[in-house]
Design a protein around this ligand. Structure first.
Ligand SMILES: [Zn+2]
Ligand SMILES: [Zn+2]
Length: 431
């Protein structure tokens, strides 16, 4: 068996290929994050055709661009699989992008929309078979809904690929039981290590974040929230904070975000009221009645860093009392601090609120060192631990696992018991 991992020592842009003598599958086919490189050397049809050649299926852990971003370049002959709600989110996102005015992008977005629409879906805990490879998805909590880790069984070996995950979300509760009762001991653990480079970062639970938001929203009648538009748990934290306030305030947003929230209500919301967003209102500058109602009762608005929301803010902010208006930025700090990861559009959005209270309230979508250690201990890998999705400078040993597990950490090509691990050096994949 061969395990080949592209770009193991960077966050994002990974691809894991697992091949037996007769069959190959690929897990994730992600785009470089902007911080890694301006140009992604894999982002062209011929390289993707070469990398995916002879592959029976591509399975995506979740819909973040650094895991799915190159899906539109995959030849039609290779089936691609994703979670059922994740597929709907990807389709809705590309439907939105198809409507952008820039004509040169629209053909590419239309192609991506068609490819996403043709994706196949898998279900949690239902094993898929490709040749002599069996692969079972298990649900995990992450800043993308409908995310999975994969258990791969082939040639008598068990490999767990964690994808991106965390232990402090509302949906993390099943993690330990899943590992204990469904996964058990594995031969090889392929595990993300995003948080290794950020040991000082404050990691609150989603519940704690919700409580903090409630406090602030209680003393500010008008709240604008900038968070990921598809992170169900974060959106739920702010929705729940909003709904605790009496009299009840409306949730306002645009048609795209409303569609995503309605989708969450129809799916996860049926299993837990935590994810039922109830009635969500679409903002319309010309709807005077809605505007008056918002001003009288207060509201929470989910915003994004786009011209449409700039226009909303141009209309709304001048008529709202500055001291009663709150802006919450709820994403990674790296996007708004100076450096290669800074997003100027995010900064611009925040600048609209120069006269208002600005609050940075976030918690990571990734596992802490403590949770990574727990996963290593629960799966007790027999042969190898392969850290991926991490900064090059980090040392996976720092999570504090036992010396016998530390010896199994692999950071260069390695062969054992019929498994060849090939870690494609990051620098070789850059132009
Ligand atoms: Zn990722
Ligand atoms: Zn992710």
């Amino acid at each position: 068996m061969q395990i080949t991992i592209q770009r193991p020592t960077q966050i994002g842009g990974q691809m894991t290929r697992i091949s037996t003598h007769s069959t190959s599958i690929i897990i994730d086919l992600g785009h470089n994050l902007p911080s890694n490189d301006d140009k992604d050397a894999l982002d062209n049809d011929s390289t993707i055709a070469e990398l995916t050649q002879g592959c029976s299926a591509i399975l995506y852990t979740h819909y973040h661009g650094d895991h799915i971003g190159l899906f539109h370049r995959v030849p039609d002959s290779i089936p691609q699989y994703i979670g059922p709600v994740a597929k709907q989110i990807v389709c809705r996102k590309y439907q939105q992008l198809c409507c952008l005015p820039e004509k040169e992008c629209s053909a590419a977005f239309k192609h991506a929309f068609r490819t996403a629409s043709n994706m196949k879906i898998f279900q949690a805990k239902q094993t898929l078979h490709f040749g002599d490879i069996a692969i079972t998805p298990y649900f995990v909590s992450h800043s993308a809904y409908d995310s999975y880790m994969f258990l791969i069984e082939a040639e008598g070996k068990k490999i767990l690929h964690t994808g991106d995950f965390r232990g402090h979300g509302y949906l993390s509760k099943g993690l330990e039981a899943t590992l204990k009762y469904f996964v058990g001991q594995v031969d090889v653990l392929i595990i993300e290590g995003t948080m290794l480079a950020r040991p000082e970062e404050k990691v609150r639970t989603e519940m704690e974040l919700c409580q903090e938001a409630t406090k602030q929203m209680n003393v500010h009648k008008y709240s604008f929230i900038h968070c990921s538009s598809t992170d169900i748990e974060r959106l739920a934290s702010f929705k729940n904070a909003n709904n605790r306030i009496i009299p009840k305030r409306a949730l306002i947003t645009d048609a795209f975000q409303k569609d995503i929230l309605d989708l969450f209500s129809r799916t996860a919301g049926k299993q837990s009221s935590c994810f039922d967003f109830g009635q969500v209102f679409t903002y319309n500058e010309h709807n005077q009645k809605l505007k008056e109602w918002m001003i009288t009762n207060g509201f929470t608005m989910f915003v994004r860093a786009t011209p449409k929301f700039h226009s909303y803010l141009d209309h709304l902010l001048p008529i709202l009392p500055a001291t009663e208006t709150l802006f919450i930025y709820s994403m990674w700090n790296g996007y708004i601090t100076n450096g290669s990861t800074q997003n100027t559009e995010y900064i611009r959005l925040q600048e609209y609120f120069a006269n208002n209270k600005i609050l940075h309230l976030h918690t990571s979508g990734h596992a802490t060192a403590e949770v990574l250690r727990k996963v290593c201990n629960l799966t007790n890998p027999r042969l190898a631990i392969i850290p991926i999705h991490r900064e090059k400078s980090t040392d996976f040993k720092s999570i504090g696992i036992s010396p016998s597990l530390q010896e199994k950490i692999i950071t260069q090509d390695y062969s054992m018991e019929g498994i060849d691990v090939i870690l494609a050096p990051t620098s070789h994949t850059r132009q």
